[in-house]
Design a protein around this ligand. Sequence first.
Ligand SMILES: *Cc1c(COP(=O)(O)O)cnc(C)c1O
Length: 388
Amino acid sequence: MSDVFMNTYHRLPVIFARGEGSRLFDINGKEYLDFGSGIAVNCLGHNYPPLVRAVSEQAAKFNHVCNYYQSDVAAAFAEKLVEACSKAGMKNVFLANSGAEANEGACKIARKYSLKKYGPGRHTIVTLRGSFHGRTITTLSATGQEKFHRDFGPFTDGFDYIPGGDIDALDKALDKAAVAGLLIEAIQGESGIIPQTGEFIAAAAKLCAERDILLMFDEIQCGLGRTGTFLALEHYGVSADVVTLAKGLAAGVPAGAVLAGGKAADVFESGDHGSTFGGNPLAAAAGLVVLKTVNDPAFLREIARKGEKIIAAIRGWKHSGVKEVRGRGLMIGVDIESEAWPVLEKALSKGLLLLSAGPKTLRLLPPYTISGGEIDQGLAILRGVLDA
Ligand SMILES: *Cc1c(COP(=O)(O)O)cnc(C)c1O
């Protein structure tokens, strides 16, 4: 293990050298089944042949043009992405590189929308307790978890937090005179795969519409097919003013996006926002493969079916220390009686890669392309580790 990295991550003792489908191989050639997809990034597994082809072909054409110009590949990607999100009301897109950067864009849109219409002072963005929105100074402010609000202050002002599911608190917090936007994950990822209720999302949509507050969905982890619909908000039958995406957007090539619809679509004007690498041709080429593959009803149904199979299997285990299984599609949280991290370590030694989401919750985010046999194999390893 190299020790020149800054000590920012709690790492497991393994160094990977290559991947193939749902499997990774370490530098000694040991094989691991991947139930984490690099935290929802490698949604098509590793070395997905159409993606390898698309990125290789693009690399042989050009890897970058600055945002003085459009490129054919970024334009094609943007068109397809907006089309895929049109059910949620999206009309246009800003291409970025990461989730935090996408959420920064969303916050800027909400603030400018409000400023232009109502003048200064109405700039608060409300988010949920337990949310995770990124690691920049502003997106740490947006993240409704105290542990992220230490050491790096002063943080960006103008964020307020409410408990998910609490419609009274939502009603109180969405003060028409002070609030520009509401930013929520339909299903919270980092804090334990916590879905919002239909009533809460419906109330959020209604209150935001009535009070002219932008309704913004952070779909960075739960979007892009992860829960069996292209966007997770589709489960709730609402549309959005702003949607942010990243993680699986280019299946392993860095990419992020802010999409906007309706009154939010024309907020950004020339010079308002920018990103050197945003719309990068390699990312756009990879993103086109993701959209072509994932935004397909039959493919999305398979994601839902695979998830149901995993959830049913784990719920059927006896004596394994499992307290609760939650989730939708291939976004699954498993509350266990013991600490999660030692389970991750043991599973690693048995050749299974897992994630955690909170101290006693395992998080399963397998690639969409995982086979039935691989699911069975991974579940057998997990059950063995939990039973031991
Ligand atoms: C990972 C994540 C982010 C941050 O994305 P980065 O690419 O790491 O900046 C933001 N929101 C959610 C819901 C995430 O899961």
